[in-house]
Design a protein around this ligand. Structure first.
Ligand SMILES: C[S@@+](CC[C@H](N)C(=O)[O-])C[C@H]1O[C@@H](n2cnc3c(N)ncnc32)[C@H](O)[C@@H]1O
Length: 206
């Protein structure tokens, strides 16, 4: 049977295994952090769509250096053993009223990062519109829960309303742009919206 490219462990997958991360996606956040300094030690970070937990672990180890707080949420459990002491994890839909109120109780946040992605159907139109809905949900949550001056990272599938979201983010943040990190798979249509320096929820109306 032929081996597809996805079956073959690439250099990012091998590096993730070596460094003890459950997924290669950690290197996307590493690049984003290198370019934009999203998180600093001692801060409070919300990680949306956190499972299996590479971003959460990287934020704990490398960005907070063990000092600060991470609130992580996902439909699925984290695959981290042990879960670091800086992490409060909630399993559930980040946008359900129950989970949202738990996230709100623990906010506001210095940074919100979202690698959340819908389960893919294979139909690009369906998948991009689900990704757009998730990204809009994260932006809505961020407008409520980000501290002034805070930073935001949101994954979105290209074609899923990213230009409209970026226009909104340009009003809400001092700087906003898109980035497709080198660690994204060549055949992936995901990209990341980055907002630096949240101006406050009133900024869209001015
Ligand atoms: C690509 S994975 C995240 C990988 C993670 N950043 C890491 O490094 O381990 C996308 C995640 O988004 C989660 N997700 C999708 N919709 C969600 C929702 N409404 N609420 C919470 N999590 C969600 C999925 O369950 C999935 O685990």
């Amino acid at each position: 049977m032929a081996t597809s490219r996805r079956d073959t462990a690439d250099s990012y997958t091998l590096r993730a295994r070596r460094e003890g991360y459950p997924a290669r996606s950690v290197y996307k956040l590493e690049e984003i952090q290198r370019l934009f300094r999203i998180v600093r030690p001692g801060q409070k970070v919300l990680d949306v769509g956190a499972a299996p937990g590479s971003w959460t672990l990287y934020i704990h180890r490398e960005l907070l250096k063990g000092k600060g707080k991470i609130v992580a949420v996902d439909l699925n459990p984290l695959n981290l053993s042990p879960v670091p002491e800086t992490v409060d994890f909630f399993q559930g839909d980040a946008f359900s009223p129950e989970v949202r109120s738990l996230l709100t109780e623990r906010g506001p946040y210095d940074a919100i990062v979202s690698d959340a992605a819908p389960g893919t159907s294979g139909n690009r139109t369906v998948d991009t519109s689900r990704s757009e809905a998730l990204a809009e949900g994260v932006l809505g949550l961020s407008i409520e829960q980000l501290k002034t001056g805070g930073n935001l990272v949101i994954k979105i599938f290209q074609g899923g309303g990213q230009e409209a979201l970026l226009r909104r983010m340009r009003l809400l943040f001092v700087r906003a742009r898109t980035l497709k990190p080198a660690a994204c798979r060549v055949d992936s249509f995901e990209t990341y919206l980055i907002g630096i320096g949240f101006k406050g929820s009133g900024a869209e109306r001015t």
